[in-house]
Design a protein around this ligand. Structure first.
Ligand SMILES: C[S@@+](CC[C@H](N)C(=O)[O-])C[C@H]1O[C@@H](n2cnc3c(N)ncnc32)[C@H](O)[C@@H]1O
Length: 390
């Protein structure tokens, strides 16, 4: 059997699996994924078989050796295309061209009457992607630039898909979205909570979600990236947190240097409560690597200063011991939140906009359960995000 046949067989098997697992839900997405040869876009995969595993393939790395571009996991690619609901003839903007694989899928979905513009911050990656796309005979307008500003000269777009994570919606994307358009973006909301959200316009400058799924993406690069969410501490240890300026990180390093006291057991099981805890507690942090190997949740308060971390079924506390009490009750009292069942609203923050001041409750506190389920608020520069359990 030659490579082309093997690739076709592997591609069909992958699409079949994605149907079964529910990532592929429509004939159009199945057709696109059955048509685009992923091996063309995954030079780092090493073999045909690996190109068709349901895995991320690293495309390039930064000076620290960490991935700065990847070809996303096929299940995630399919899921976001389903959220996007592209139809033939549409005009689509993709942010984060990477390898060009998803752009090729978008081109297949929009068909000969459609239009795909894709923007990539790395000139090198953009050139390589444009070359692969041209070799396949796929019409995609690949631009080099900061996707934060969108592509104004080709707007409006029926669909906008970001394949790179953002902590806030860039106003340019919203401006460049057609009135009845759909915008899909991986939104980083809290440590351990990144959601692929499909947005449509609501009233008064608001956006409302039409579907939500858990995801994990590289973060937007460049001047609009905002404060990094993952910070190196010492050795292999890194921390993810909401608002961790350098001074707070120094406090955290100091606490870790002083060692911890065992503050007793937690009220288990805690795993299912961590999303609810992170949503309600802006001081929540997530450690990668030691302490605890793997991922360790905690509560860090630079003012006290104090850090309490969950270590399996116990709480360790560094500094002010009251942090252990906050962590204990924060986790024990947190609701079990099913991220797929969250409904999000993005309310513009700019002064004078009609919806900007209508959230009566304090930011980040669970609101009164008036509209059905519980609600939480996450504040960002351009939008305030209200999450409601449905
Ligand atoms: C997960 S990869 C995208 C995968 C890609 N869609 C594919 O099919 O291969 C994220 C990409 O976003 C790019 N990126 C990061 N920041 C960006 C920015 N500000 N503007 C445009 N692209 C950006 C990265 O260089 C990386 O190639």
């Amino acid at each position: 059997m030659n490579d082309e046949h093997t690739a076709a067989r592997l591609r069909a098997a992958l699409v079949e699996r994605l149907w079964v697992t529910g990532s592929v839900r429509t004939e159009s997405v199945a057709d696109a994924m059955s048509w685009v040869p992923r091996e063309v876009f995954t030079p780092g995969a090493g073999s045909l078989a690996r190109a068709y595993e349901d895995r991320v393939v690293v495309l390039s790395t930064d000076e620290r050796g960490l991935p700065d571009s990847t070809v996303s996991q096929p299940a995630m690619v399919a899921l976001m295309l389903e959220q996007l609901a592209v139809r033939p003839g549409m005009r689509v903007l993709e942010i984060g061209t990477g390898s060009g694989y998803n752009a090729a899928l978008l081109a297949r979905l929009t068909g000969p009457e459609g239009e795909v513009v894709s923007v990539e911050v790395s000139a090198e990656l953009a050139v390589a992607a444009a070359r692969r796309l041209a070799r396949l005979g796929t019409r995609v307008d690949v631009r080099t630039g900061d996707g934060w500003v969108g592509v104004a000269d080709r707007a409006p777009f029926d669909r906008i898909e970001a394949t790179v994570g953002v902590p806030d919606l860039p106003p340019a994307w919203v401006e460049q979205l057609a009135p009845d358009g759909v915008l899909v973006a991986p939104m980083w909301l809290r440590p351990g909570l990144e959601l692929a959200v499909a947005w449509r316009r609501g009233t008064g400058g608001m956006l409302v979600s039409t579907s939500v799924a858990r995801c994990g993406f590289l973060q937007l690069r460049g001047p609009h990236a905002g404060p990094g969410r993952t910070h190196a501490l010492t050795g292999d240890l890194a921390v993810i947190g909401e608002d961790l300026p350098p001074a707070a990180l120094d406090v955290l390093r100091g606490l870790l240097d002083h060692g911890a006291v065992d503050a007793g057991p937690v009220l288990g099981p805690v795993d299912v409560r961590l999303t609810g805890f992170a949503l309600a507690e802006p001081r929540s942090v997530l450690f990668l690597g030691h302490p605890g190997d793997g991922m360790t949740w905690g509560l860090f308060d630079p003012e006290r200063p104090a850090l309490a971390v969950l270590m399996q079924d116990r709480i360790l506390v560094y500094g002010d011991r009251d942090a252990a009490v906050d962590l204990y009750y924060g986790v024990a009292g947190a609701p079990v939140v099913n991220a797929d069942r969250l409904r999000l609203e993005a309310i513009p923050v700019a002064p004078g906009l009609p919806d900007s001041a209508d959230t009566p409750n304090a930011p980040d506190a669970p609101d009164a359960p008036d509209a059905g389920g519980r609600t939480w608020t996450v504040e960002r520069e351009h939008y305030r995000y209200r999450l409601t359990e449905t």
